[in-house]
Design a protein around this ligand. Sequence first.
Ligand code: ATP
Length: 819
Amino acid sequence: MTQMMKYEGLEGSQKNRVLVAVRFRPLSDKERGRGDHEVWECSGNAVGILEDVGMKVKFIYDHVFEPRTDNRTVYKTVASPIVQSALDGINGTVFAYGVTSSGKTHTMMGTDDTPGIVPHAIAEVFRCIARTPNKEFLLRLSMMEIYNEVLNDLLDPARTNLRLREDQRKAGNTIYVEGIREETLVSVEHALQIIAAGNEQRKTSATAFNEGSSRSHTIIRITIEASDRADALTDPNARLGRTISYLNLIDLAGSESAKAEVNRSQRMEGSFINKSLLTLGTVIHKLSEGKAAHIPFRDSKLTRLLQGSLTGSGARIAVICTITPASTQAEETHNTLKFASRAKRIEVSVARNEIMDQSSLIARYQQEIQLLKGQLDMVMRERGGLPLHDPLHPEVRTLRERLEEERQALLARERDKLALQQRIARLTQCILHGAAAATQMEKRLRAPPSEQAAAAAAAAAQASSLSIGGEVSAGSREAAPPPLADVATTVAGVRGAGALFPGADLERASTARGVSEAVEVEADLLRRQVHVLATELAERDRMLQTIHSMRGYGGGSSGTSRGGGDGDEDDVAMQVMLADRDFMQTQLQAADAHSGKLALALERMRRKLAAATGQDPESIDYGLDASPEEAEGDLAELAEAARPLRHGYDHVLAEKVLKMEEKVLLVLQAIRAKEEQLSNQRHVLETLTGLEDQVQVRLRELEGENGSLRQELERLDAQNNNLQGYNLDYMSNEDLGELIGSLTQAVERVRITVQLRRLASKKGGGAGSVQALNLSLDGSATSGGMTREAMRRALEELQSNGHSRRTTAMSDGSDFSPL
Ligand SMILES: Nc1ncnc2c1ncn2[C@@H]1O[C@H](COP(=O)(O)OP(=O)(O)OP(=O)(O)O)[C@@H](O)[C@H]1O
């Protein structure tokens, strides 16, 4: 179903006159050679015949091109606006009309050096499409010729004598050529190759004027379907605007009169060519009168084909009348100019053919593409990949790879962080023990010997009251120090190596400060790692968000419609990823919180250490030893914890891949079945076409036979008439003599027969002489109404020859007795 839309370019009017241009060509060498001279001249938009002074006959047109005008100018002026309208959904037709050799083919097709309207139009169509990214176009090209009133497909020579049909539901043009081949165009070069191949099939024969004269009307039809791009619409619920239009580019056969044809077959061609052109003239004439009279579109194939373009179905038309200024062609040129003047008076309505339903091919293709894209998406998703058709596909894949790398790096850092945390916790414990021991030692070293034992006991008590978090119980300083041997053992545990030498307690205390600083550096490192991890997490979130939005999961797009089951499966995959991410996020937060706690504990511990040793907290230093075995143990533990999750994920993916392979197999089977069905249908169609051709041939044979039978009948009728009018009484002597002559011959035949019979009876020794002889004269002798007198004379002659005769039965029933 289509709807005609008003064309804005017409400034409020829906009617538009046919645009008529006249194009002169230069006098050819051949014309000059035979003494032709120019008798027509153009001036502005007027054409006139040259007489001695000025122009006597004058015609005015929309454009008149002088002989030097090139094809590009003709295209730009006449055809380009029609091509652009066609891209906007308005039918367009450009004719080249004129006598043979006047330049029609030169104007329409041109040469490699000067391309004509057809190549220019195709190039412009593709240029405009490239400049319209918010629309999708589908171009199809068909090429046909009308030769001797038979319509042939130039793109498929096997398709001849095609029929024109009418379908009121057809968008843009209800008349169509049944079974014509249409090629979908992909580029300018492709289109020109198709046209060149079609041109090879054209019927040409030399005429008196043009060696390569076109003897047929050639029609190139470009069907343009246009549709808004769904992804370019601002409102996703808005209806896609679709249009369809037909651009006809027509090179007519020469319009010269029959007297120019040199032989019988050309005269026949001429009469057919002229039938189409004559009807075109009549149709144009009637249309130009603007009356609601009967217009004989059906009288010729050409006018029937162009009916949609010439009448109110909405079209823009341009006629280019090509003209030779040669004196010998003056009369034909005059006729061309008169035709052009009539064409100028035609008004046609101009409307855009908007497609309101899903019937257009482009709509079907769009649906099919959507469907295929959906299927492809599904296959790719199920295989754990991303849609190949997605222009961002490589980017998405890179993002996914980066995401995976980041995830791995994050996991590794988490492991490192955990190991560090454990080491910090252990160190904290050791530092506190170390700090208490150092305090006690110093006290013991400074105090008088009597107090040293009490101080050692207090230090031991303080060390035992310290919590892991670094809390020190109130009054710990007053507690009794541990024995020296205990302190030495504790510090040795902190260093993880070496013996503690009695008497070097201060040196140990300064070593403990070094440890504290190292721990602080590590804590600082940890804080920085936490920051880096947080930044990475944010980056990873952003990437996830990008992937979500690309797959329709992005913020606010959760309503994007998807196939039920497949969407669920996809959700599962995403959920796994999200859970994974959340898990890591929680880990990070915990690590963050813990490192904050650690920093606080470290600070408190440092202050306690400083207070215990009476030193500046900044100068306290403890030695530190790493424990790689423990870190490795942690890593293994973490990997073990992650395994079930990873295993589950892989398992789900593997299952999906299997399922998807099954689905792909089913789709492939369906495609194969369809192809087979199509090939069967094509076979049936070919058989039917073959049968139809045979029937046509037989029909023609029968018509031939019918003709000769009719001739025979006519001849017999004429004879019959002659015979019916036969009357001896009115016959001339001459005719009577002739008749009697033939009668005599008949009688002679009878006589011979009688003699033979008699001879036979004698030989048989039978009844003796013949008693009686009954004669029945044949119809040819009696039907003419032979007189009794003539008959009598004939019998007398018989008798005088010695034959006896008694009775003769006349064929009219009367008895005849001899004298
Ligand atoms: N405007 C022009 N400028 C130069 N040469 C031209 C022009 N028009 C036609 N010719 C030349 O005149 C000759 C005949 O032209 P063309 O074959 O286009 O005529 P035609 O009208 O198509 O003839 P036919 O009806 O017999 O096919 C060609 O050699 C062509 O190159």
